[in-house]
Structures are given as structure tokens and as C-alpha cells.
Design a protein around this ligand. Structure first.
Ligand SMILES: [Fe+2]
Ligand SMILES: [Fe+2]
Length: 206
């Protein structure tokens, strides 16, 4: 898959570092996750009785909770946070990347709040259930809006700025480090994302 950003820079014969290709590939999968999360929010808000969650929707919510914790946080955000200090060590202004860490904290806070709502949904408390569903939808909506803006800003501003300070050897070093944080590519998560998409009525891309 080639993003607009990759195509644009390829057209100017600028070599895209491997770390940037990996992060942009992860962002493409992130976009699919955020689209499915948006469908989850819409369907939760459209529940006829406000509290009975259909099994497909429930499955999608469970996968989203898993991906928030394992793909977003422990893989993608952790890898970016390991890569940025290497660019700083090579001369990038640390203040120019401060917003990345703040956004990650914001995203983790939304994900944590959605996880609390998920536990309440599963607690068997009939009185609390509609309130927990409402909170799940609101926190997920916050997460979606934040990360859409965030990923685009990284693609267009952060990664090219990092690349300006990094040699090919630095790029190799970053790939070496981040390959020990998560999978080398997003393939282990693709089928899971596809299943979440199908659960909310989105046809996965071929
Ligand atoms: Fe990020
Ligand atoms: Fe990112």
C-alpha cells in the first residue's frame, strides 16, 4: 500500500526511510480501525432500546479494545516514542516533537476511559449498562477524532522532519530498535481489523 505522502515524495526522488514507510503503513491500518470505531459509535448511539448490544457489534467492540491496547499503544505509539529520541540525538529540536507525546498521552487516556466503560458493560449491572454504553461511545469518539488529526500531522510534519536529521545508518538503528517492540509489519493485525470491519458492516479492502 502506498500513501499519498509516500507517492508525493517518491515523485520527487526523495528516498523514504524504512521507519517512515513502516509508520505510514501502520497509519493506513489505523485509518481502517478508526473508520470501524466510528461505525461502532454510530451503532451504539442507534441502539433501539439503548442497552441491548447485538453480538456482531459486541465482537467489534471487543476487538477494538484489544487493538487499543496491543496495536495502538504497545506497538505503534511505543515504536514512535522509541524512534523520536534518536532524531533528537541527531539534532532535531525536541520541542518540535513535544505535541506527539502529549497527543499519545491524550489517546491513551481516551483508550483507558473506553476500557473502563467496557468493564462496566460486562459487569452485569442493568442500571449502569446504558450509561456505560454511552461512555464507551463518547470515549471512542474522542479517541477517533484525536488520532485522525494526529496521524495526519505525523505523516506530513513529524516524519519528514525526523528524516531530515537521520542517516541511512540511523534508519537501520531505528528499525532494529522498533522491530523489538512490535511486529516488523502490520500483517498480524490485518485479519483482526478485517473481522472488526465485517462485524460493523464495512467490507474490508481486497
Ligand atoms: Fe503518534
Ligand atoms: Fe502514528
Amino acid at each position: 500500500m502506498v500513501s499519498n505522502q509516500q507517492a508525493l515524495r517518491a515523485a520527487t526522488t526523495e528516498k523514504l526511510p524504512a521507519f517512515e514507510q513502516l509508520f505510514e503503513q501502520e497509519h493506513l491500518l489505523t485509518e481502517r480501525i478508526l473508520d470501524a470505531a466510528t461505525a461502532i459509535v454510530d451503532q451504539l448511539r442507534g441502539l433501539p432500546d439503548g442497552k441491548t448490544i447485538p453480538s456482531d457489534l459486541y465482537s467489534a467492540m471487543a476487538v477494538l479494545i484489544y487493538l487499543n491496547e496491543n496495536f495502538a499503544d504497545q506497538t505503534h505509539l511505543a515504536a514512535e516514542e522509541a524512534a523520536i529520541p534518536i532524531a533528537v540525538a541527531r539534532g532535531m529540536d525536541p520541542h518540535s516533537a513535544a505535541w506527539v507525546f502529549a497527543d499519545h498521552d491524550q489517546g491513551r487516556a481516551y483508550a483507558k476511559a473506553a476500557d473502563v466503560a467496557w468493564r462496566r458493560i460486562n459487569a452485569g449491572d442493568e442500571t449502569d449498562l446504558p450509561h456505560a454504553i454511552d461512555d464507551f461511545a463518547r470515549c471512542t469518539e474522542g479517541l477517533v477524532k484525536m488520532f485522525r488529526y494526529h496521524a495526519e500531522r505525523e505523516d506530513h510534519r513529524l516524519f519528514p522532519e525526523m528524516a531530515r536529521h537521520l542517516s541511512e545508518e540511523d534508519d537501520d538503528l531505528i528499525m532494529h530498535i522498533i522491530s523489538q517492540i512490535g511486529p516488523k509489519d502490520v500483517s498480524p493485525y490485518i485479519s483482526l481489523v478485517s473481522s472488526m470491519e465485517r462485524s460493523v458492516g464495512i467490507e474490508p479492502p481486497s
